[in-house]
Design a protein around this ligand. Sequence first.
Ligand code: TEU
Ligand code: CA
Length: 533
Amino acid sequence: MNREHWKNSIVYQIYPRSYKDSNHDGIGDIPGIIEKLDYVKDLGVNVIWLSPVYASPNDDNGYDISDYVSINPEYGTMDDMDLLIQEARNRGIKIIMDLVINHTSDEHKWFIESQKIDSPYRDYYIWREKPNNWTSFFSGSAWDKIGGSYYLHLFSKKQPDLNWNNPKVMEEIQKVMKFWLDKGIYGFRCDVINVIFKSSLANGKKRLVLTGREFYHSQEGCHDILRTLRKEVLDHYESFTVGETVLVNTKEANDLILPERKELDMVFGFEHMEVDQINNKWFKTKFKPNKLIKVLTKWQKEVYWNANYLSNHDQPRALSRFGDDKVYRVESAKMLATLNLTLKGTPYIYQGEEIGMTNGDFKSLDEYKDIETHRIYALATKLKFPKWYRMKMIRKTSRDNARTPMQWSPGGGFSSKKPWLKMNENTVKINVLDSIQNSDSILNYYKELISIRRESDILMNGSFEPLYMKHGLFMFKRVHTNQAIISISNLTKRAKKMPIKFSGKIILSNYKRENMSDQLLKPYESILLMEEA
Ligand code: TEU
Ligand code: CA
């Protein structure tokens, strides 16, 4: 079987809670996604990554799973899920699901059983008499107490970590994976996969964030687990995996994805998500395009195959962050799209990115729903940060920025009821309905770009050759069997003189440029050029 059948994939991420509500409860659901499959097909993508729809008490919006083989009733039934898979398949779209196996919900039956000291499930989790000094991703101790013992949770206390030293856990998860693959799922996005194996529970070196990480970050034991999952399960299906790998460098990324390692197929790196921060994501600095360009170039050059993304459900909107969501909203959204879809690797588009949705417009703390946002706000209060600063932190960085309901029409179009999370008021002008009608819309640009990419061997398989990476300009070449496409982007709001003279046929331009004789690049201009042979 050709292991690299996924290389021509373009993935669209759907965050079910915020996509489309079909039954008027203000919560997006699976029948809602089915209603919108023609829209997704029309966009031109061929894979959907579906964020968790499993049974869950929703402490972390589904990333706390209480049953891996049933569907959260808020989202529908297993029949709905089967229908979604079928209806997607009918449209030539495959579905990958989230595989969240670092932790379960504390309401999972394994964890409930595990609270009894002599239960066979005790060792499914990590129990100790005393906590160590590790801190959680959501701040505070990574340990909580039940019945006199402490259990480890790298995320919220309702997300206890599984014990991957226990072979039973391996068996159970393999069953889960087979269950979904047998239903026709095309693979998994593996949540925080490089932290699942804890090689020791000793106290860690004291750090500002994630004390203890040296004992669970990209450990050899994790590679062993991934090889086993691949050999025992994944290799028996036409499937692919993308790992979500926090804190990895390019070497660690390759160690997870090089074909001979037989582990994952690609990973989401985070280095480019760190270019506008000091120390950690809550302390944002002014965005410097050159930094982003530098990191992207490094990953392009060094990593075997990239999972390219600028946005997802955990990050503020790329448009509000790396582009200009006001004056040059349309131009910069198209430029970022061009960048993301012409790099080498598999591109991921996050719902709403294709119409240029912006960060949320929350006005007060209680409008935010995300657990992490509230935990960080509370910590900042404890540390006596002034209120205006706390609000600024979450306004810039909260994950809810990307989780606001999909803007289908000027009136919202997500639900007939009050949505679970505030819809951005700019739906009046930023929405799917208007985007479809306007031939110059971001949406129509995406469609064109996606179809260009899907028909181009050069963009799918060509090599990456950097040409110019200074002054906020990013120019690179993709080369395949003596043919080349040049991708030119101005990541700044200033007009710039073109540093290299190019000729060739323009195949896409976000300013309707007709030729290359004008040597001035407009604000956020991007151009795709077919080099003359
Ligand atoms: O995210 C893991 C992760 O490290 C971060 O991106 C996370 O969003 C957090 O902000 C760290 O500061 C994955 C999921 O994508 C996320 O939604 C979950 O909350 C998390 O794992 C736990 O399952
Ligand atoms: Ca609903």
